[in-house]
Design a binder for this molecule. Sequence first.
Ligand code: NAD
Ligand code: IPM
Ligand code: MN
Length: 348
Amino acid sequence: ASTINLAVIPGDGIGPEVIAEALKVLEKAVAAEGVGLEQTHYKLGAEHWLATGETLPDEVLADLRTRDAILFGAVGAAPGDTRIPSGIIEREMLLKLRFSLDHYVNLRPSRLFGTVGSPLANPGTIDFIVVREGTEGPYVGNGGTLRAGTPHEVATEVSLNTAHGVERVVRDAFRRASARERKHVTLVHKHNVLVFAGHLWKRTVDAVAQEFPEVTHDYLHVDAATIFMVTDPSRFDVIVTDNLFGDILTDLAAAVTGGIGLAASGNINMDRTAPSMFEPVHGSAPDIAGQQKADPTAAILSAALLLDHLGYAGAARKIEAAVIADVENRDGGARTTSAVGDAIAAAL
Ligand code: NAD
Ligand code: IPM
Ligand code: MN
């Protein structure tokens, strides 16, 4: 298409601040390609829920389905905010989007740009991607509580893993590895304890690996994976893992590659039966919201992932190059959110 029909969900907290910068850069990048950008903005999130009681109405979901892609900021209230029960927005809006639109590949790249920014003394070269399963695992809401509030309360949270769901995300990880230089997949799980799901994942990796003789693979328990992510992050190329392990590992991956303000993600429907959604890994950061302190780089890199998905790889690479130039020249001095956006837009 010569025009991108984009849905924009800025959300809460720093969401609108970082999305404003991502749009600044995205608008300039697509204009340079002669591509149009038609935007529809949606008010959704914790603030919207407080004002209206709505999480994600069916009509809004249906409308979102008509767009080419979704650019998402962040949603959620401050962890101590008592006006809104924890989990409502996350489950009924963000996860509902990921599940309804079948975002089974939660793609989270981690790269260390230059040597600046890592808290590790000798980070080495860090360039890996996490392919996090996005529609299953302990995220499905398969659980409940008995005798709530009593000393005999029993709470369950059952992880759901289907052969179909595991196989499609594992195959995606091998495909991505096959296209990369090192062609290596690491399955991260915990099959020594989570034997049912763990064995399904392990068997699936062994089976799918047969289709990709050029790709090597190994396995790490998730606890050991956190050690290596800090002591030897260069060993990773493509990590494939379940929804919850992937959530935790990618915040750690962000921290070792310069901070959560740089970490981008795509919630991708590889079958293209619905629009994919691109968002920073971070949340609404209530502690710094409204102060122009947030780093918009993660949102800007998420816009590059969005362009990649829609087939505008050239524009995506230009955004990445502009980000790298900006990040490598950072001297630790404080800049406002919009100053960072301006600098990256100028470097395009
Ligand atoms: P968070 O990611 O919002 O913040 C964690 C820490 O990182 C905070 O100190 C914050 O200031 C900092 N930080 C985050 N983004 C930053 C940026 N761009 N630049 C500089 N610093 C940044 O995680 P949290 O505090 O656990 O969650 C806050 C709310 O966000 C919760 O309601 C949570 O459910 C929600 N959340 C939403 C998403 C999402 O929308 N995808 C993701 C994570 C958390
Ligand atoms: C993320 C967030 C979400 C997740 C929450 C807010 C539902 O932490 O995008 O990483 O756990 O996936
Ligand atoms: Mn997370």
